[in-house]
Design a binder for this molecule. Sequence first.
Ligand code: FPP
Ligand code: ZN
Length: 426
Amino acid sequence: MARRNMKRLNFINGSLLGRKRVVTEQIHLEETEEQGQSEVDVININMLPETETVCDREEVIRDCQELFDKFAGEAHDLMADFHERYLLWAFSDMLPPQMKALEASQPWIIYWIANSLKVMCPGSLTTDTQRRICQKLLKIAEPDGLFAGGQGQLPNLLCTYASIAALALCDNVDDCWEQIDRKAIYNWLMKLKTPDGGFRTCLEVGECDTRGIYCALAVAQMLQIMTSELCQNVKFFLIRCQTYEGGFGACPQGDEAHGGYTFCAVASLAILNEIPVMNIEQLMEWCSARQYNEEKGLSGRSNKLVDGCYSYWIGATSAILEAHGYGDCINKPQLREYILKCCQSSGRPGLRDKPGKSPDFYHTNYIALGLSITEYSFEAKKGPDALVNSSRILRTPETDLQPINPVFGLPSKDLADIIIFNKDRL
Ligand SMILES: CC(C)=CCC/C(C)=C/CC/C(C)=C/COP(=O)(O)OP(=O)(O)O
Ligand SMILES: [Zn+2]
């Protein structure tokens, strides 16, 4: 066999329409060592071009491999008590000044912390903390019953989802669920609705993409204010967001498939009970391609790096498909290994995107949800509420995680409780 001499072609750095040169194919002549014959070796143009991300990925693979070697053969558990301290601190102390940037996302911070506690350390969200959460969120909703990022801010759909999800975690303390103004929220959702089936994130100036649809439908389902008028055309908007790759972009036609927007689209179709309208085979292939052999974790889009938060955005998408009878498209034990060995460190509490990154509340929540997904199998319940049965497939006595509903990002019990409560209010 001739020794192959593969040479990397320089990636053509320019837009397709800007390229005016004639395409040339380079060939390389080489003497084979054994036979002394000349052989033509065509350069493989399918080789990965050397981009910044390709180099970054090599570093990520090295970092992960180091941790896999370090913990080889060890059952590496979740350090739940350690992470609990980080989460409880956030509810009792001043947040660091750099978190000022999240001034318009206060319900999100509350949801991420409270949900992480409920999933990883059940019992640690005390009645007193639940009371403080409700008082804070219901204060933001004054005087019109609509939720925003903070007091005095414009009502916002994404913050409304985060607020209702956080309230769902409060076990109806002090009858707080009674104080959610479902009528005001329904009327406002109808005003946010666009004729093509989308939802704006806020009146007049809000953007319109799959996140808005997901937040509107999830809120409507949790509050039991779902109507056919609210759902009109929504599935057509979503169908148009599925790209040639199989994942979903933010908006119809043209956006790149991305894990976050794919979750929003697939979870929305689950709420609408319309899972079969998408191209399931392509979606499953795309989800599987998000998991990399070397790092074992999930990326959010083609040729990008693994990140712990996709353990939920892609992990939940896969769990929803599994619940609807399509089988697993990710490898749960491998994902578990990435999470437990690469997304936590005994040096600093909280969960992180990847080795070398700092933990934060967002990643702690979505990685905890992803880890829970790896411990259960899923089956959709019959009926209109997008409820899901989960059965434990793994027993880790020290750190059993709560089963979650992959559609709503909440522990199954909290979700069922708020839905049942609101059903009775009809
Ligand atoms: C319910 C709700 C509102 C859900 C939102 C879902 C959503 C859009 C998540 C995206 C999260 C994320 C890591 C974006 C970063 O993109 P990037 O381009 O920085 O990261 P990448 O390199 O991994 O693509
Ligand atoms: Zn992330």
